[in-house]
Design a protein around this ligand. Structure first.
Ligand SMILES: *[C@@H]1O[C@H](CO)[C@@H](O)[C@H](O)[C@H]1NC(C)=O
Ligand SMILES: *[C@@H]1O[C@H](CO)[C@@H](O)[C@H](O)[C@H]1NC(C)=O
Ligand SMILES: *[C@@H]1O[C@H](CO)[C@@H](O)[C@H](O)[C@H]1NC(C)=O
Ligand SMILES: *[C@@H]1O[C@H](CO)[C@@H](O)[C@H](O)[C@H]1NC(C)=O
Ligand SMILES: *[C@@H]1O[C@H](CO)[C@@H](O)[C@H](O)[C@H]1NC(C)=O
Ligand SMILES: *[C@@H]1O[C@H](CO)[C@@H](O)[C@H](O)[C@H]1NC(C)=O
Length: 358
């Protein structure tokens, strides 16, 4: 871990020196420093901590090949995760990052994830990051706030003037950076904002989304889906909310189970072509007269998705990013045998269960 940090720090040094002589970059480009927070398109990693890699035996529930730190290093600036209530091994309640259910995929505690993000922000003082918490078990602001405090993330947090009024203009990246309030946090949903944790913002007060449960490229649309009282794009635009554009696909499995669609990824995350991210950004930019604020994708490295985001921002020659492979990660042979043997164990367990229940 330390070696990895040192190595990645060392690999960034030449980039830091080369940009120090030029203008300072904000979120990987000097051209973004003086733009308001809500006049930028951010790449979002959907279900950021849910990995399809060695650590999960290539779980088909995973949405990303690389973890949240690698995502940030590569230019992702919005991280989303589902938070569930889970009893830990000592029988105490804890808040975990789980995909649909903690039996399916448990990526650890909210606090450990936030501390990874907070540590990354400590080492990258010119970067503005947005976290989107899907509040699956209706945690209160104080439940979540306690994790922000214990992880250290609260020290980076930005609080807007009001928890219930959409700002006319958001601060520029440079002013968020100068004020050291570089972490913007949305919770879907937070029914009771709490003045003790004023940086925890109810997502749908400030943001609207298009539909997210898509199984075919033909399903992608720019129309508002949530909050439900926005019926038309005109209403969504006039509300002053920022636009989060979901752009990922599910495959339908047996028994109605949906898993992230990896077969269509090369198209879904591409810059051009029917069903591509680049096309969707252009179509929705036409609908709203401006680019989406956030684009949320699975397997962010494929495409690469960030190319469509740079295009939307007019960013050329981004600086300070650590490159990541654009390939889909494939299970290697030893991994295959391990997941086969765990599958065999499940089959045995099921058979034993059947025998004993008869
Ligand atoms: C956690 O344990 C308590 C006490 O045993 C129980 O009442 C509660 O339902 C459990 N919560 C979850 C999410 O399993
Ligand atoms: C369980 O959660 C409690 C409360 O958050 C914490 O104090 C304790 O260390 C945890 N135990 C384990 C084994 O994770
Ligand atoms: C936090 O980072 C550590 C070290 O890279 C990693 O092992 C762990 O899985 C991360 N935690 C989460 C919840 O992503
Ligand atoms: C920066 O901090 C100052 C002093 O607390 C405050 O008056 C100002 O509104 C802050 N600016 C932004 C953009 O938050
Ligand atoms: C998604 O697209 C498929 C294929 O065109 C279509 O059959 C299905 O009805 C669409 N679903 C929705 C919710 O629009
Ligand atoms: C930012 O403003 C420019 C110029 O008006 C516009 O072209 C672009 O779409 C805006 N982007 C966002 C995310 O608002």
């Amino acid at each position: 871990m330390l070696t990895k940090t040192l190595l990645s720090a060392a690999s960034l040094l030449p980039l830091l020196f080369s940009t120090a002589s030029a203008q300072t970059a904000c979120n990987n480009s000097p051209s973004l420093c003086n733009r308001p927070y809500n006049n930028i398109t951010y790449l979002g990693a959907h279900d950021s901590p849910f990995l399809r890699d060695e650590s999960t035996s290539f779980s088909t529930s995973g949405n990303q090949y690389y973890d949240s730190t690698v995502q940030l290093d590569a230019g992702v600036r919005l991280l989303s995760a589902q938070v569930h209530r889970q009893n830990n091994t000592s029988g105490d309640e804890a808040w975990h990052l789980c995909h649909s259910s903690c039996d399916l995929l448990d990526a650890g505690t909210l606090s450990s994830w936030l501390s990874n993000i907070s540590n990354w922000m400590d080492s990258n003082p010119n970067e503005v990051v947005t976290v989107l918490i899907v509040n699956s078990d209706d945690a209160s602001a104080s439940d979540l706030g306690a994790q922000f405090v214990s992880s250290g993330a609260s020290k980076h947090a930005y609080t807007p003037p009001s928890p219930s009024t959409i700002p006319q203009t958001w601060p520029t990246l440079q002013s968020l950076i100068s004020n050291r309030t570089r972490l913007i946090t949305f919770v879907a949903s937070l029914s009771d904002p709490d003045p003790n944790f004023p940086y925890l913002l109810d997502e749908f007060t400030f943001v609207f989304e298009n539909p997210f449960e898509n199984t075919s490229p033909q399903n992608f649309s720019c129309t508002p889906d949530r909050p439900s009282d926005l019926a038309t794009p005109q209403q969504a635009a006039q509300s002053g909310r920022m636009f989060l554009m979901n752009h990922f696909l599910y495959s339908e499995q047996l028994f109605g189970i949906q898993t992230p669609d990896v077969d269509s990824l090369d198209t879904t995350n591409a810059q051009t072509g029917a069903g591509s991210l680049g096309n969707a950004v252009q179509t929705c930019t036409g609908t709203y007269g401006k680019a989406p604020n956030f684009v949320l994708v699975d397997f962010f490295n494929v495409g690469p998705a960030i190319a469509s985001v740079d295009a939307a921002n007019g960013v050329q020659g981004p600086v300070g990013r650590a490159p990541v492979s654009q390939e889909k990660l494939q299970e290697i042979t030893s991994g295959v045998s391990r997941s086969r043997s765990s599958m065999a164990a499940v089959v045995v367990a099921v058979l034993v269960g059947v025998v004993f229940s008869m």
